[in-house]
Design a protein around this ligand. Sequence first.
Ligand code: B12
Length: 222
Amino acid sequence: MMIHDILAQLTQVVALGKINKNTPLPADMLGQDGASELAFRALEQGITPQAILNDGLLPGMSIIGEKFSRGEAFIANMLISAQAMNAAMEHLKPYFASGEIKSTGTLVLGTVQGDLHDIGKNLVKMILKGDGWEVIDLGTNVSSEAFLNAISSHSDAIVGLSALLTTTMLNMGEVTETLKKHNPETRVYIGGAPVSQSFCQEIGADGYFRDPHSFAKSLRLD
Ligand code: B12
C-alpha cells in the first residue's frame, strides 16, 4: 500500500469513527481495519509518527468537525471519532515519549473550565514528556483555583492552557490573571483551535503555539 493511501485511509476511518476491526460501527465497515490497525501498519511501513498524526489523524478530526458544523453529524459522531483517534495514538505514544528523561522542568497542564476537549491537551502532554518535561496533567474543566493550587506546590513550573470552544477560551484570561496576581513571574502558554497570538497578547499570556512541536521547540531555545 502506498504511503498516501494508508494516510488517506486513516483520515477516513477517524472521520467515520471506525475504531478497530472489532467495533460494530459504522455498520457497513464490519470486519474492516480501523484506526488502530491502520496506525500500527503505517508505523510498520516506516511512516513517521508526525506524518501519521498530521497527515492521517488530524485531517480526520477536521472532517468530522466540519460535518458537525454543517449539521451532518452529531455529538456522538465526534465522540467516536475521538475514540478512533485515541486508539491510533496508543500506537504512536511510545515514539513521542521515547525522549530521554532530562528533567527539563515542570509543566502544569489542563483544559480550562467548562471545556471537556482533551485530545490536543493529551498530545501536548505526550510530546512535552518526550522532550524531558515533567507534566502535571490537571485534566479537563479545570478552574483557576485548581491551576493556582498546582502552581503553589510547584513554584518554578510553567503553565499550559488548552481550550477548544470560543466560549471557554475566555476563561484562559481569568486563569492567567489569577496566576500572574499570585506570582507575576509565572509563565503561561496557551493553545487550542480557537486561540491566536493576538488573543494571547490580549489576555497577557506569555505565548501562543498552534501545535505541541513548536511549543516544545521554543521551550528548548529558552
Ligand atoms: C472531538 C470533538 C468533541 C468531543 C471531545 C472528546 C475529547 N475527549 O476531547 C466531544 C464529543 C466531547 C465534543 C463536545 C463538544 N463540542 Co466538540 N469537537 C470535537 C472535534 C471534532 C475535534 C477536536 C479535536 O480533538 N481535535 C484534534 C486535536 C488534536 O486538535 P486541538 O485540540 O485543536 O489541538 C491541537 C492544537 O490546537 C494544539 N493545542 C491544543 N491545546 C493546546 C495547548 C497548548 C498549551 C499548546 C501549546 C497547543 C495546544 O495542539 C494540538 C495538536 O496540534 C472539534 C472539531 C475540530 N475541527 O476541532 C469539535 C469542536 C471543537 N466542538 C465543538 C462544539 C460546539 C462542541 C459542543 C459544545 C457540542 C454540544 N453542542 O454539546 C461540546 C462541548 C463540550 C464541552 N463542554 O467541552 C465546536 C466548537 C465551536 C466553537 N467555535 O466554539 C467544534 C469546532 C466543532 C464545530 N465545527 O462546530 N467535541
